[in-house]
Design a protein around this ligand. Structure first.
Ligand code: AMP
Length: 460
């Protein structure tokens, strides 16, 4: 499939696609849409950024628009379950954009906001309802909604659902679903637990898989700076002073950490906003709105809050903390490589985080080039214990790594078997001998910030 015309979608959908400027289906769309249109159940392995929302939204809009069934009060015809409020809003926005020349009602419900208005809206039913699992059950328990007339169910980001502890709500929802329905199930990863959950929802599904988690990383020019925790705030402020960093997502592992980063940046005169689970819905929307509009160029986020953030033109992602789950790193850096674009990702890695770095490199199968610290940036020697293999003096290197022009990365110069010994020990403790044997010689690498990932990885 090379064109949307091949799908023979309803005319209003084709018009909307033209208005969105979509000319060619993405791989997940090319693979999934024909099966979805044919009414098959689908198991899709795809992550955000691949165009998976349109892969399910377009056939849903087409099928609902074509069937001519009228929705009944307190029911929905298509239900999309999403793990987070941000992703739910994002999905609803996509449905509205693709369905703007149709007359289907699209609603979104999630927790953290009063339920009363949602109950009122659902009184007339919704053709398409996007919901987080907890609030959906609330509404069902309050008899504001029934799933008896459901025609199509989508479970999006199933792996994230499980990470967030939604397994119990999801299991409660299954018996409420009508036996005859179409089910579409999407997950970025497919470990056994997710496959088991998929079995419970799907009947004879077609399986499609695109962009394995490792390959997203290949589109992003990456670099890591070794820095003690105590110097991270200062390092971030130093890097953010570079105007080449136009729109940057900074990731913190914890909500508290994200707030601390924002406060510190404020003291340094750098405007930023935080988005995480302790913020009210209004605060999150305000922060995201300002970031999207470009009035706030720095958004500090936790992993969960960042799921579903779909903002074009994110030039940089900074991993202020490395995530303890390697897949999260790939999701994070994917924020700067939306819809096939390239981007730049930097990570700050303290001694304690080296095992996380190792896990990430193992997952992506790409060593992350080491970046020099910015010119003149001083790290208190006592506060940063280097690993036993000697490293070059990064601080002495002349260039600011945050610049998007020809940056010079410091080489990783350890010998095989000596590479990051502390980390390897930790890995051995956690993962057994095969992990410990992953040490390999490092090639000298350049960090090219111009978005050309392959150039960035060529051996010098
Ligand atoms: P998603 O993976 O659904 O979050 O989509 C990622 C981004 O790709 C969104 O900004 C979409 O608007 C965009 N997108 C989706 N499908 C296409 C397409 N066929 N052509 C261009 N952009 C697309």
């Amino acid at each position: 499939m090379t064109s949307f015309n091949d799908f023979a979608l309803l005319a209003p959908l084709q018009k909307a696609l033209a208005a969105e400027g979509y000319t060619k289906p993405t791989p997940i769309q090319a693979q999934a849409i024909p099966h979805c249109l044919a009414g098959r159940d689908l198991l899709g392995i795809a992550q955000t950024g691949t165009g998976k929302t349109a892969a399910f939204a377009l056939p849903i809009l087409h099928r609902l628009g074509k069937s001519g069934i009228t929705r009944k009060p307190k029911t929905c015809r298509a239900l999309i379950l999403s793990p987070t409020r941000e992703l739910a809003s994002q999905i609803a926005d996509s449905f509205r954009a693709y369905g703007k020349f149709m007359h289907l009602s699209i609603d979104v419900v999630f927790g953290g906001v009063p339920v009363g208005k949602q109950i009122k809206r659902l009184a007339t039913g919704a053709d398409i309802l996007v919901a987080t699992p907890g609030r959906l059950l609330d509404l069902i328990d309050q008899k504001a909604l029934s799933l008896r007339d459901l025609e199509i169910l989508v479970l999006d980001e199933a792996d994230q659902m499980l990470d967030l502890g939604f397994i119990v709500p999801l299991k409660r929802i299954i018996p409420m679903l009508p036996k005859t329905r179409q089910s579409l199930f999407f997950s970025a990863t497919m470990p056994k637990t997710i496959a088991g959950l998929a079995d419970a929802f799907l009947t004879d599904p077609v399986k499609v898989a695109v962009t394995p988690v490792a390959t997203t990383a290949e589109r992003v020019t990456q670099g890591v700076m070794f820095v003690p925790v105590s110097a991270k705030q200062h390092l971030l402020a130093t890097i953010l002073r570079d105007p080449a960093i136009e729109r940057v997502l900074v990731f913190s592992r914890t909500k508290h950490g994200a707030d601390k980063v924002v406060k510190h940046l404020e003291r340094e005169g750098i405007e930023s906003a935080a988005i995480h689970g302790n913020k009210s819905q209004a605060q999150r929307e305000r922060a995201l709105g300002a970031f999207r509009a470009g009035s706030c160029r720095v958004l500090v986020a936790t992993d969960i809050a960042a799921r579903g953030i779909d903002v074009d033109g994110v030039t940089h992602v900074i991993n202020y903390d490395l995530p303890n789950v390697a897949e999260s790193y790939v999701h994070r850096i994917g924020r700067t490589a939306r819809a096939g674009a390239t981007g730049i990702a930097m990570a700050f890695c303290s001694n304690e985080e080296r095992p996380y770095l190792r896990d990430i490199e193992k997952l992506t199968r790409l060593p992350i080039p080491v970046l020099a610290l910015p010119e003149g940036f001083k790290v208190e020697a006592a506060s940063f214990r280097e690993p036993s293999a000697p490293r070059p003096n990064h601080a002495a290197r002349p260039q600011n790594p945050a610049r998007t022009d020809n940056r010079q990365g410091a080489p990783r110069d350890s010998k095989p078997g000596q590479d990051r010994p502390q980390q390897d020990r930790a890995m051995q403790d956690r993962g057994g001998p095969d992990r410990a044997n992953q040490s390999r010689p490092r090639k000298r690498r350049r960090f090219s910030g111009g978005g050309n990932a392959s150039a960035g990885r060529s051996a010098a």
